[in-house]
Design a protein around this ligand. Sequence first.
Ligand SMILES: [Zn+2]
Ligand SMILES: [Zn+2]
Length: 81
Amino acid sequence: MCLDIAERNDKLSIMASQVKFIKQQEKDEIPAKHTKIRCSCLTLVRWVDAYRCLYCGIFYCRACAEQHFGKTIEEYRAERA
Ligand SMILES: [Zn+2]
Ligand SMILES: [Zn+2]
């Protein structure tokens, strides 16, 4: 299970701002593969490189995702192998 990073309202506002940012880029006709996500740590990552939490629905950069899930990507992959 993921770590709770924030109160529910905060999560919703993070998600809302991420969705808004994506929509804005769609409007600017930026191709999906170049779409960027702003992580809650304010790092900009490409959408294809972002990690979305199944439980929160929030996108994270790699470092935050690893922190959020409490394990590294390698550990996660090793578990599923
Ligand atoms: Zn989560
Ligand atoms: Zn981050």
